[in-house]
Design a protein around this ligand. Structure first.
Ligand code: NCD
Length: 354
């Protein structure tokens, strides 16, 4: 299914045309499009609420169901998803809100008839208070927010947009849950050496996480980008890090640094983004995390992965060996995703969390 767009500008041009509001201490009624909207203080506020929500869920606190009662979230996914889709759905339901989607998935919506993103997102905005959008085009979440703002003047409500990933651009809520997991597991970020390994070119999670970590330059965070040269971190992300004064190193060898790394963030080679299979196969097997490799990492390092994982974590037997190592925290990372998304939904919907 190729999303049709009658808009000759294309989604990417909305990145320059549309400036999402910074959070600046107030999440209410803000679209969530890019990690650039968040300050250090905003992240702290979000994480305080996330911790409180996690404790309330653990304690079966049913008063959480009052938080978003009567509010409706729509999921609009033009790309495959398990975690982002389901964790947002679970988050909204655990806050007492409702969730809607086209009955047979987006392929049975009017997208199938050729409707463009601008019209589809406005249709969904007529029914939902908040829309979680995943789309294959960079800038699609900017475009969606732009059209929702236009619609807002005609409607009784102002529908909000949360990006669930825009192509090879950003995945802001994944970065929020990744950072929360780092802070939660390591007790903070001070002086951490954080390695991102694998497909840094097409992997949107590492684009957002690197930019988010730029907030912590004063805490002495150092980033290590490890990838084959063909899959290195895009220049615009490196420029962003330079502008924020955050230290980083680029390499195509993990051996040089593994023993010094505190956070190992492993990624899947994004097969679906390659123009040809040969290009993918040429580099697909370059970085494989196995338990024998993890054995060479620091005893208190943590191993993260946004998931899904494929062969970049070896065979099923390798998966099992990694899962048994207490340094592997990707399942906790996943569960944290639901708590962070609960806090975010409550805050953008202006709900009372006490
Ligand atoms: C990631 C994504 O979709 O960007 N998955 C996720 O949301 N947890 C990473 C990936 O697909 O490799």
């Amino acid at each position: 299914m190729t999303p049709n767009t009658n808009d000759v500008r294309g989604s990417e041009q909305f990145v320059d045309m549309y400036q999402p509001s910074t959070i600046a201490g107030d999440f209410a009624a803000k679209h969530i499009i890019t990690v650039e909207q968040f300050s250090h203080a905003d992240l702290q506020a979000l994480f305080v609420d996330t911790l409180a929500i996690r404790a309330r869920v653990q304690g079966h606190d049913t008063s959480l169901l009052q938080t978003c009662a009567g509010r409706v979230m729509a999921t609009l996914f033009y790309e495959a998803s398990t975690r982002t889709d389901m964790s947002f759905q679970a988050a909204m339901r655990r806050l007492g809100g409702d969730v809607i989607a086209t009955s047979g998935g987006v392929q049975f919506s009017s997208v199938y008839k050729g409707e463009n993103l601008a019209d589809t997102v406005r249709a969904v905005g007529c029914y939902a208070d908040v829309i979680v959008l995943r789309h294959p085009d960079i800038g699609s979440s900017y475009e969606a927010a732009y059209y929702l703002d236009q619609l807002g003047s005609q409607l009784a409500r102002k529908p909000l947009l949360i990006s669930g990933g825009d192509g090879i651009g950003e995945h802001p809520t994944q970065a929020l849950l990744d950072l929360f997991t780092i802070v939660d597991s390591k007790g903070g970020v001070d002086g951490l050496r954080i390695a991102m390994v694998g497909d840094l070119r097409y992997g949107r999670t590492v684009h957002s996480l690197a930019k988010l970590l730029a907030q912590y330059e004063a805490q002495g965070v150092t980033l290590y980008f490890v990838s084959p040269p063909l899959l290195s971190m895009p220049a615009y992300i490196l420029e962003f890090l330079d502008a924020h004064g955050i230290g980083y190193h680029q390499s195509d060898s993990l051996d040089e640094v593994l023993g010094e790394i505190d956070v190992i963030y492993w990624t899947r080679v994004q097969e679906e983004r390659f123009a040809d299979a040969a290009g993918y196969l040429a580099i697909a097997g370059r970085f494989i995390m196995t338990h024998s490799l993890l054995a060479r990492a620091k005893h208190d390092a943590i191993l993260m992965h946004p998931l899904p994982r494929k062969h970049e974590m070896g065979t099923s037997a390798d998966h099992a060996a990694l899962d048994a190592d207490p340094r592997s925290i990707y399942f906790r990372q996943m569960e944290n995703g639901m708590f962070v998304r609960m806090a975010l939904l409550a805050k953008v919907l202006g709900a009372n969390l006490s």
